[in-house]
Write a protein that binds this ligand. Structure first.
Ligand SMILES: Nc1ncnc2c1ncn2[C@@H]1O[C@H](COP(=O)(O)OP(=O)(O)OP(=O)(O)O)[C@@H](O)[C@H]1O
Ligand SMILES: [Mg+2]
Length: 274
């Protein structure tokens, strides 16, 4: 198996948020696709264990899941070959691998956080990039993942006050963890969706600018899920697909934001939360 020949210490990117339906799965499946398109060895891990959508979004029918991998690890320890529990996603000549979420709720419930971390570590040995899709909670599993990750993509949308309040709680909690400044990347999704709240106000509230902003495109997003083909792999392209490609380019080129934005006077949002 040439592709899995020698040990690498792959980059782990976790997709996290403090609200559901902000685009974790859409963005992680697209980033996996774009990295694979660039020739990287990529594994996408679905750690939304109970309600994972990766297999749905990619129209995969996994034969083995994270639960089977855990069972094998219990028997064989680190001798297990995690890559044998993956499902390939193929589109034309682009290939990446998926560690699927368990098929049954009781299996998901019985996944142990320490074992889940072992899975990621095993996969890191054989993939350039291990991307991890998660749930929107500060659970034991997610906290362990945040620690282990090279990069945390913290996603948010600007829609209602409670979502923004939770984004602030999330970003402050992440700051308290004292990670390297470049580890946490604040990403705004669905930016031009109709809302009365300005991005600048939210940035002021969070105390930092967004690292990257993705546009709202309901049609392109829903069509790609319906077809099971991530936006970045489609010919013709869309603004959202381009913005997702740019995001990957920024991650891989290690280009960092010159965070010199000017912010206006204290906003009404800051007054509410300040
Ligand atoms: N930029 C976008 N423009 C328009 N629609 C989007 C965009 N990003 C995501 N969506 C849509 O939002 C919905 C939620 O996206 P997704 O499933 O990726 O979110 P999630 O954070 O993984 O949700 P969950 O917390 O339930 O796992 C999907 O229907 C998707 O098509
Ligand atoms: Mg999801």
């Amino acid at each position: 198996m040439g592709v899995f020949a020698q040990e690498i210490n792959g980059v782990v990117i976790t997709f996290f948020s403090t609200a559901s339906a902000v685009g974790k799965t859409l963005i992680s499946t697209n980033m996996a696709s774009e990295l694979a398109r660039e020739g990287k060895k990529v594994c996408l891990v679905d750690f939304d264990l109970q309600f994972g959508d990766v297999s749905n979004y990619l129209q995969l029918l996994p034969q083995r899941t994270a639960y089977d991998l855990q069972q094998a690890m219990n028997l064989q320890g680190n001798a297990v070959r995690a890559e044998e529990f993956l499902t390939p996603y193929e589109y034309h000549n682009v290939v990446f691998y998926v560690l699927a979420a368990p098929a049954k709720l009781e299996e998901a419930y019985n996944i142990d956080a320490d074992k889940a971390m072992d899975m990621v570590r095993q996969l890191q040995k054989v993939f350039d990039y291990v991307l991890v899709d998660t749930t929107s909670t500060f659970s034991k599993l997610n906290l362990a993942l945040l620690d282990l990750s090279t990069i945390v993509s913290f996603l948010g949308i600007v829609d209602f006050i409670p979502t923004i309040k939770n984004m602030k709680i999330g970003s402050e909690t992440l700051k308290k963890m004292n990670y390297d400044k470049n580890k946490i990347r604040l990403i705004l999704n669905r930016s031009n969706a109709k809302t009365r709240i300005s991005i600048e106000d939210v940035e002021n509230l969070l105390g930092e600018p967004f690292y990257h902003i993705l546009p709202n495109d309901f049609h392109a997003a829903s069509q790609s899920i319906k077809d099971g083909v991530p936006l970045v792999l489609r010919s013709g392209g869309s603004e959202l697909g381009e913005a997702l490609r740019d995001l990957v380019a920024r991650y891989t080129n290690r280009v960092y934001d010159d965070a010199g934005d000017e912010h206006g006077p204290e906003s009404w949002l800051a007054r509410i939360f300040g």
